[in-house]
Design a protein around this ligand. Structure first.
Ligand code: GUN
Ligand code: FE
Length: 429
């Protein structure tokens, strides 16, 4: 099988194509044609339409062609910590492993070395979009953004804000200092093509009311999206209630500073323990939940009510939450999401149906991708993020449907099966 070199953002891929149209509708096209013009999908066809006959063709006949995957929640400085401290729960793990590691990012050489290793991993993997937490350090955060820009991946990156309840080594002196550093960082991230800043108060326990008010002002001035953590762990939630006694729920603690969705594109990671009031607020404010099933298992946080989010109309995507999760691949997050949903149903005794392949594939592509705009599908007009997977090695002695091949690839594929990877129509592998 010969691969035609693709040199511009106008080309055609041929192969076996799967993508989500909605959370329930998976489109599978065997021997399909996927057209990219100016870095966007022009649609999926059975034959090359006449107006595109002049375009170069990359022939991936027999291989799977899927949208790139979106990781809505990853901690860049925690890549070096993967799999360490997994016998602890959230607050002890943060204190024992995470905060001491993040303190090392005042050192730019250390940061460069560690971030380079992360980005090598991300480039080879199936994710094309990520929302990353950095650390409180501006130079290291800009270094991460420089390295990501060079990789061709499209990402949102946040300098973290913390002015309380963490070691002095990573605590910003006060709210004013933290907000000023954030503004200084924002002034320096205007020139990236693929990397955008995202406001990142770590979580309520890390940020004083004064800091939250200042971040809210910055958010309005710079029209920034926002990412943070919500209702991950029961001890954390009780602590937030002590810190914000007037809030009706954890989400309401963000709302009080006008930092909970609505006009602001917002991601809240975890939402394991969200109850009716909080789910209604997430839905009303169109806040994205980054569901991180591996992290929620590793840190004994629990099993998030994803079925309830979907029924309530809350936008949901998947997150690796490295290093709560040990794997960056969102394929892995898809299978973890299925498995955790089955355990939730059995052990929590609720009637929520487990998540299906169609649903988790949607969450890891279009569900999370939509946070970045028209991303995560191959319908005409979507940005052209695509993966080509060689799945011949998984073939059984009987014929599989394309949908079944997709399911097997989601469970079994690793980076070695990725034969090509495109972001906004540019081949990056
Ligand atoms: N809550 C606040 N910070 C963190 C973090 O680094 N990881 C996770 N999983 N939860 C958090
Ligand atoms: Fe996290």
């Amino acid at each position: 099988m010969e691969k035609t070199a693709v040199t511009s953002r106008d080309f055609i891929l041929k192969g076996d194509i799967c993508y989500s149209k909605t959370k329930d509708a998976l489109d599978c096209r065997e021997k399909g044609v996927l057209v990219c013009t100016a870095g966007k999908s022009a649609g999926v066809f059975s034959e090359i339409p006449a107006q595109y006959k002049h375009l170069p063709v990359a022939d991936f006949t027999g291989k799977l062609i899927l949208p790139g995957l979106a990781d809505l929640h990853i901690h860049a400085p925690q890549f070096a910590l993967r799999s360490l401290g997994m016998d602890l729960e959230l607050l002890d793990w943060l204190a024992t492993f995470v905060f001491p590691e993040e303190a090392k990012y005042h050192d730019l050489d250390y940061s460069s070395q560690a971030y380079t290793a992360l980005i090598e991993d991300l480039k080879k993997g199936p994710n094309t979009r990520s929302c990353l937490f950095a650390t409180v350090h501006t130079p290291a955060t800009l270094k991460l953004m420089d390295l990501l820009e060079a990789s061709g991946l499209v990402c949102m990156v946040g300098k973290v804000n913390m002015d309380r309840h963490c070691p002095d080594s990573i605590r910003e002196k006060d709210a004013e200092t933290s907000a000023a550093a954030t503004q200084e960082w924002l002034e320096q991230c205007g020139s990236y093509k693929n990397i955008k800043p995202i406001l990142t108060p770590r979580f309520i326990p890390s940020c004083t009311d004064d800091l939250m008010r200042r971040l809210s002002a910055l958010q309005k001035r710079y029209h920034l999206p926002l990412q943070s953590h919500l209702s991950e762990n029961q001890r954390e939630i009780a602590w937030v209630q002590e810190l914000c006694p007037k809030s009706a729920c954890y989400g309401d603690a963000y709302s009080q500073f006008d930092l909970f969705g609505g006009e602001i594109p917002t991601i809240m990671a975890h939402c394991v323990w969200s109850e009716d009031k909080e789910i209604a607020l997430l839905a009303k404010q169109k806040v994205y939940v980054a569901h991180c099933p591996q992290s929620n298992s590793n840190l004994s946080s629990g099993a998030a009510p994803v079925r309830r989010f979907l029924e309530a109309g809350v936008p949901v995507g998947l997150g690796s939450d490295v290093a709560g999760g040990a794997h960056t691949s969102i394929f892995r997050a898809m299978t973890d999401a299925v498995q955790v949903s089955k355990l939730r149903r059995r052990l929590i005794g609720q009637n929520d149906a487990p998540l299906s392949l169609e649903e988790v594939f949607y969450l890891g592509t279009l569900g999370g991708g939509s946070f970045f705009g028209p991303v995560g599908s191959f319908e005409a007009g979507y940005e052209f993020d695509a993966l080509v997977l060689e799945d011949a090695g998984f073939a059984p002695p009987f014929k599989l449907s394309l949908r079944d091949r997709l399911e097997r690839a989601v469970y079994l594929s690793d980076n070695s099966h990725i034969k090509a990877k495109y972001v906004r129509g540019i081949a990056i592998l």
